[in-house]
Structure formats: structure tokens, C-alpha cells
Design a protein around this ligand. Sequence first.
Ligand code: AMP
Length: 398
Amino acid sequence: MPFAKLGLSTPLVQAITELGYNTPTPIQEQAIPAILSGNDLIATAQTGTGKTAAFVLPLLERFSTAGTLRGKRIRALILVPTRELAVQVEASVAQYAKHTRLTSMAMYGGVDTEAQKERLIAGVDILVATPGRLLDLAHQRALHFDELKVLVLDEADRMVDMGFGDDIKKIIDRLPETRQNLLFSATITDDVRALAYDFSDSKMTDLADEINISPNVRAAANIKQWLITVDKDTKSALLSHLINEQAWDQALIFTEKKHNAAKLVAQLEKRGIKADSIHGGRSQAMREMILAQFKTGELKYLVATGVAARGLDIGELSRVVNYDLPFQPEEYIHRIGRTGRAGASGEAISLVDISDFKNLCAIERRLKNTIERKEIADFPVRKAVPASNLNYVKNSNR
Ligand code: AMP
């Protein structure tokens, strides 16, 4: 089905055609008409499914005929969990709005507030913001919500996990009661549903449309997943070996903690492999610079914590490595979703030591299949990881 059939007008269709989008993805096919009809929406979709365009395009369509916006006002607020995602989503808004007069802005912490305040003076049609900075500027009366028509919570599960629940409630308290609410989340946990119920007294309850785009279907189709069992003390040597022996062109490597990220960069560099890291402890300017280098290919190996890498869309990323296995199965699915985006193929490799066994079982149970194991002859394992058990229930054994 072509985009125009979904109810989008020429300036938008032209912009996305120029970006090479010919056919709507499943989430776009379902969400665009639902959002255009003005309904509230709860959608389950991970990044990589085309969900950003699924909510941005109908917003732009809806506002294309709107009147003049007053100063310090916004028409739509898109809340996102991280600075990187704010930058990325706003860049998509700007691309899709290219042939319209609609304006957009990314607002996030870690940078000076003055430039953001100045930008708000003329009003902004679509504001993409992280919760903390938004509240800060709202307190300072740098923006007002009386003309807001639509609220979008993007990656709602992640925002809840990161402890933004209270900030989001405070923001919602400031918004006009009559508005459209859209919630996108990789998973709809009880906490996410509770947040949806808090959206307002009458909305986002049984009235909302629900769309489910299963992340596993996509993950299974084009991302090759495998794991290597290893001893903890040989992990960095094994990773260096893989990078060199398999001549990896590129890898996004996840660690659990920021000090692990910095340590791994140092270990790789000792073996002559140039890498860099992004994590919560680095300045925003530094994170943006390193990410830009990774995107252009100038930097080949990027070590990142899950939070810092959340939602990143790195064009042709061919490989993701779980140097540390994540504690949450959902996080595993998010991470491997960094590769194989928009239908391209990719591989996801996890290094698993005996202490990861419980997490591995939980992940495989969530995937509903075991991950193929490989052994590397130069790295025999002293502490073997037991065979996978799909019936394993993580919490009951704690
Ligand atoms: P998202 O899930 O929003 O992070 O989008 C993932 C990637 O898919 C982005 O690089 C988009 O530019 C791309 N994309 C979104 N919609 C389409 C489409 N209909 N056709 C081709 N690529 C798309």
C-alpha cells in the first residue's frame, strides 16, 4: 500500500520518497490511520520497525493546516528517555517536515539552557524532549502547554525503567486535559500500563486503540544470533581475537556498567585495537562526537552502556556484541535491534560466562528458542556454562 493511501498529503509523501521509503512498514500501516483519526493509541513496537515515522508523519499531517502558533507554545510533545534519542527523533521530524512550514526542536539536559530557551521564544510545532530538562524549562516558564494537542511517550518502558515515571506524571499534570495520547513501547509491562492509565482521567484507558508489532518476528528474520561461552578473565582477549581473526569491519559492543566500558576500551587498545566508549559519565558533546565518528566509520569499535546506546539508529550497523549479557531479556532484544535495521541483515554475538547462566536462560525463554553456541579453539572454557533450559524461571530460583 502506498503512503498516500494512508491519508498523508503530498509534501509528506514527497519527503519520505526522497528518503527512499517506498512502502509503509507494518507499524506505519496500522498506526498512521489510527493516529489521523484522532484516537489514543498504545503500540508495542521496538526501534527498527519504523515507529518514529509511524507517529511523526500523522502529527505533521494533522498540524499542516493549523493556524499561527504563539510564542513559547508547542503543538506536540514527544517524550523520549535519552539525549541521543531526542536528537535522533528530532532529526527525523525535520526530514519528514522538510516540505512543510512546521518546526521542531530537540531539548535535553547536559547542555546550556539558554540556547534552548531562546529557540522556544518563537514557538515550536513539535518538541522532542527528555523529561528532566523539559520540567526544568517549564518551571522557568520558558514554555507553556496551553496549545498542546498531542502527547507522545516514546520508548515508554525504558522511561519507566530509568525512573522517569514521576517526572512524566508531573509533566502530564501541566498539559491540557483534552489532547491525543500516543504511547510506544517495546513491551507493555504492568508499570507501562499503569503509566498509560495515569495519562488522564478519561483517556488512554479502554478507549485507546492497541497495536502489537512483535519484536521477535523481526529479530528472528534477519539477525543472526550466536553466543560464545568463555571464562570471565579471558573475555577481553577473546573479543580482541574475534575482531582480528574475523576481520570485523565494525561492532557496537555493550557493557553493563560505565566503568566496564572504559576498562574494555583500555584493554582493547593494549592489544592495538582502537576503540572508544559512550556512557552516562561522558559529556553530551563528547558522546555526540564519538557517535558521529562511529557513524562515518572513522571509529570502528564503539563500546557503550545500554542506556547511552538506547534508540540509536546507526545506519548500516552490521554487528552488535553483548560483552556483558544484560539482566533483562527485553534489554537483549533492544540491543540486538541496533543491527539488522529496516530489513538489512546483521549479527548479534554474546559472550557468556558461567555467572551469566541465569540471565541466558531468561533471555532464551523470552526468545522461545536457544541461541546457537560456538566455541573458539584458542579459548577453551575452564568453567563450562550448563546446557540451556527453556523452562527455567529466573525469579523462582533467586
Ligand atoms: P525506527 O524504528 O523509527 O527507529 O526506524 C528504523 C529505520 O527505518 C530508520 O533508519 C528509518 O529511517 C527507516 N524507515 C522507517 N520507515 C521506513 C520505510 N517505510 N521504508 C524504509 N525505511 C524506513
